[in-house]
Design a protein around this ligand. Structure first.
Ligand code: C2E
Ligand code: MG
Ligand code: MG
Ligand code: MG
Length: 280
């Protein structure tokens, strides 16, 4: 009986696998179609200088304007894209689009603006990735110093080829940030030795400010470490006035979060805030 049960369970499992595989096939075909139809779009979330309150840059965040499902976020796009290999095409589209948009804004408003772009590990592993970035900068006319690439801690775990790619990117002149800092497995030694210029403190830590004493202790430790290593800091997920007040006086800090500005389509980013101090 146990054997039968085992077999039955396996049959169910197999059916589920087949259903998942079919679902996945459908999704990746859909995504390819969406990419080809121009349904992928970038939203931009502003980042503010803590001291002056001025907008210092934006982060490009992928969205899919799906004809029937509406606006779809990256958590529903990236896994399918990575599994199917479409991430390479999508990733280069993201970089091209983001650089072009940043340059357009700089021309339009005559103001320095840094564009931050997320990449996935498969892009970084692609031979010639740094060269392709250099090409996109040349084509768009965006100065290298105005592009920042965000990588996660897990992407750079002591993998030689990945570390070489970071150095190649740095040689192109762009800056590199570690995203979601503190949530991955942090190797402090590699942070010190890698050509990283910024850490983005994950919103999990910002969340508990200023009331949660553990989060306060962790944030203070991260800030002290960043200062000692000469790293710039961005805090993610600033949602409340109290969090903002806690963080804004940290020298050189940049702040990002729903309190200050949500991710919005390109046409909505600057109209309200460019050249003005964001007053909250
Ligand atoms: P991330 O790079 O850490 O981006 C920040 C995420 O936090 C964004 O979610 C943003 O909308 C959200 N966020 C910003 N401020 C707040 C806040 O105050 N409160 C809360 N609760 N959330 C906030 P989103 O747009 O859903 O992106 C999720 C993740 O998907 C990103 O996390 C990034 O890792 C990835 N991603 C986004 N665009 C791309 C892309 O073009 N390529 C790749 N490879 N990954 C991307
Ligand atoms: Mg990011
Ligand atoms: Mg993040
Ligand atoms: Mg994240």
């Amino acid at each position: 009986a146990a054997k039968d049960r085992g077999r039955r369970t396996f049959a169910l499992y197999e059916a589920e696998m087949t259903a998942n595989a079919a679902h996945y096939m459908t999704r990746s075909l859909e995504l390819r179609r969406g990419l080809e139809n121009g349904e992928l779009v970038l939203y931009y979330q502003p980042q503010f200088d803590g001291k002056t309150g001025e907008m210092a840059g934006v982060e490009a965040l992928l969205r899919w304007n799906h004809p029937t499902h509406g606006l779809v976020g990256p958590h529903e796009i990236i896994p399918t894209a990575e599994k199917s290999g479409l991430i390479l095409e999508i990733g280069s589209w993201v970089i091209r689009e983001a650089c072009t948009q940043a340059r357009r804004w700089q021309d339009q408003y005559g103001q320095k603006l840094r564009m931050a772009v997320n990449v996935s590990v498969r892009q970084m592993q692609q031979p010639g990735f740094a060269d392709s970035i250099a090409d996109q900068l040349a084509i768009s006319g965006l100065p290298a110093e105005d592009l920042e690439i965000e990588v996660t801690e897990s992407m750079i775990q002591d993998e030689i080829s990945m570390i070489q790619t970071l150095h190649d990117l740095r040689a192109v002149g762009i800056s590199l940030a570690i995203d979601d800092f503190g949530t991955g497995y942090s190797c402090l030694r590699s942070i010190k030795s890698l050509p990283i210029s910024r850490i983005k403190i994950d919103r999990a830590f910002v969340n508990g400010l200023p009331g949660n004493s553990n989060d306060v202790a962790l944030i203070n430790a991260i800030l002290a470490m960043a200062e000692a290593l000469g790293l710039s800091v961005t805090a993610e997920g600033v949602e409340t006035r109290a969090q903002y007040d806690f963080l804004r006086d940290v020298p050189g800090i940049k702040l990002q979060g729903f309190l200050l500005g949500k991710p919005v389509p390109a046409e909505d980013v600057f109209t309200a805030t460019i050249g003005k101090t964001k007053q909250i």
